[in-house]
Unconditional design. Structure first.
Length: 234
């Protein structure tokens, strides 16, 4: 009978291939602006993010139809820019909300973080719709291979395998900080909000029924509409 090996004991589970809620440094591989089916005129803006490369990590295939092809070097996932769809409306206090203005604010903040505000200024008066401006932004791809600091929030749900997963989204801007920003040499000067599970995780209620389809935060297979790194899609 062989003696017990106590030097090579493996503990813990494998690192998930998908992004999890928390403070992470990621790059944007693609963006989508899609119609929200439950409300006419509403739009959902989603970022496809990839974390910094992880040593010894085997990520998802970049193209699931090429089994011997390259793999992502970090964790990946779809992250909604807002927990709720962008739409025209009015707050309880009577303040009017413009869908397009809110999306413009996000694009401006993103351009500030990416140091490409000049490009946005040059688009003044060139687009009749927010969709046209967004398409131009994605085509210009000013975000390619630039890492930013993010705070990722999430809403729990059960995936088709009955495991807890997260529908990821960016938290709102608050006095505590912003949901993303440039990576600074001195982390102490960062204005990105510090992740707090009590604030940034929405727990699934025990009475909620298990979801049998993958949600926006599920393991993305590159090449699948809405999941992999992609270009403009509407």
């Amino acid at each position: 009978m062989a003696n017990l090996n106590t030097k090579d004991i493996k503990t813990g589970g494998a690192l998930p291939k998908t992004l999890q809620p928390g403070n992470l440094v990621c790059k944007i591989n693609g963006m989508t602006l899609e119609e929200f089916k439950l409300k006419e005129g509403a739009l959902v803006l989603t970022l496809n993010l990839e974390s910094q490369p992880i040593e010894g990590f085997e990520g998802f295939l970049v193209d699931k139809d090429v089994p011997d092809g390259p793999r992502f070097k970090g964790q990946v996932g779809n992250v909604k820019v807002s927990e709720w769809a962008y739409s025209d409306g009015e707050t309880k206090g009577g303040t009017l909300i413009s869908r397009d203005e809110e999306i413009l604010k996000f694009l401006k903040n993103l351009c500030v973080a990416l140091d490409c505000v000049k490009w946005l200024d040059e688009q003044d008066g060139k687009h009749a719709t927010i969709e046209s401006l967004f398409k131009a932004f994605v085509t210009a791809a000013k975000y390619k291979n630039i890492f930013l600091e993010f705070c990722l929030a999430g809403k729990e749900y059960l995936n088709k395998n009955s495991y807890t997963n997260y529908d990821l989204f960016l938290p709102r801007y608050t006095k505590s900080g912003s949901p993303f920003g440039p990576v600074l040499k001195d982390p102490k000067k960062s204005k990105v909000v510090i992740f707090d599970p009590a604030v940034h995780i929405k727990k699934r209620k025990a009475s909620e029924v298990t979801e049998f389809s993958d949600g926006p935060g599920d393991a993305p297979d590159a090449g699948t509409p809405g999941n992999g790194p992609q270009e403009f899609q509407l």
